[in-house]
Write a protein of this length. Structure first.
Ligand SMILES: [Zn+2]
Ligand SMILES: [Zn+2]
Length: 257
């Protein structure tokens, strides 16, 4: 339906969509519906769909699209952002600014904060750390990767559903996993500063195994802080000389961020 509404102005005839079940068929009058919603809203619907709810892009856990749809109908910022999304392969800083603002509103409608990282911090503090990660907006890096995936979705195939990918997916928020399969590349940076990562630990006693080991289940190597010091999941000691400059520049990167 979203695709029909977004595309119907290109089709020079009255458009209906057949839906429902075998016994209860309904015909939606797409053309009339699109006139009611208006061109600007219809134009932004496909972008909104790719960003929020389509099956081939990551989504925001527990966030419904209905609130956003209401917002899209009322707010020109939303319409502009979703209209712009996918117009080029890049997610410009200006567009990303709008997407950040929209995402902040999705997690806290009354907020004046327009940066996701800031809002994460504010929500975390407001609830004194008693907060599930799904209650926080994604961090800036994750959101950017998500926006790239939405962009790829929007630009792959003229009418959306042809080729799943035309660009190299690994440039667009995806990566190939150990088996060579496509997997979501959630973020480019580290989930926390190195100093914090080194303090994470599991409490496994006999062996580190899935699903019990919190290190393994989070895709992390065991650290010196883990209870069991003989498990297979420990990071292999790196050559101190060869790795020195690398780890130093990592620290610089984090400080700059
Ligand atoms: Zn463990
Ligand atoms: Zn561990």
């Amino acid at each position: 339906m979203v695709l029909c509404l977004g595309m119907c102005h290109k089709i020079p005839s009255h458009l209906f969509q057949k839906c429902g079940t075998k016994n209860r068929t309904r015909f939606l009058d797409i053309t009339t519906l699109s006139r009611t919603l208006g061109g600007s809203v219809c134009d932004s619907l496909i972008g909104m769909h790719a960003f929020y709810s389509c099956d081939t892009v990551s989504a925001f856990a527990g966030r419904g699209k209905m609130t956003t749809l209401k917002q899209v109908k009322m707010d020109k910022t939303y319409q502009d952002a979703f209209h712009e999304l996918g117009r080029s392969w890049e997610v410009s800083p200006e567009l990303f600014e709008k997407l950040q603002e929209i995402t902040c509103h999705m997690y806290l409608p009354s907020t004046h904060t327009t940066e996701v990282n800031k809002l994460r911090y504010e929500l975390f503090c407001a609830r004194r750390g008693e907060v599930e990660s799904s209650q926080l907006p994604p961090c800036e890096d994750c959101l950017f990767m998500h926006a790239l995936r939405a962009t790829t979705r929007l630009r792959s195939g003229e009418v959306w559903q042809s080729q799943p990918f035309v660009a190299n997916p690994t440039d667009c928020g995806w990566m190939t996993d150990e088996d060579g399969k496509l997997a979501v590349n959630w973020m480019r940076g580290s989930p926390a500063p190195d100093a914090v990562m080194q303090l994470l630990s599991c409490k496994c006693v006999r062996s580190c195994e899935l699903p019990k080991c919190t290190c393994l289940s989070n895709g992390l190597k065991c650290t010196d802080m883990c209870r069991l010091q003989t498990c297979q999941n420990k990071a292999i000691e790196e050559e101190p000389v060869a790795q020195q400059s690398d780890s130093e520049s990592d620290v610089d990167d984090i400080e700059e961020d």
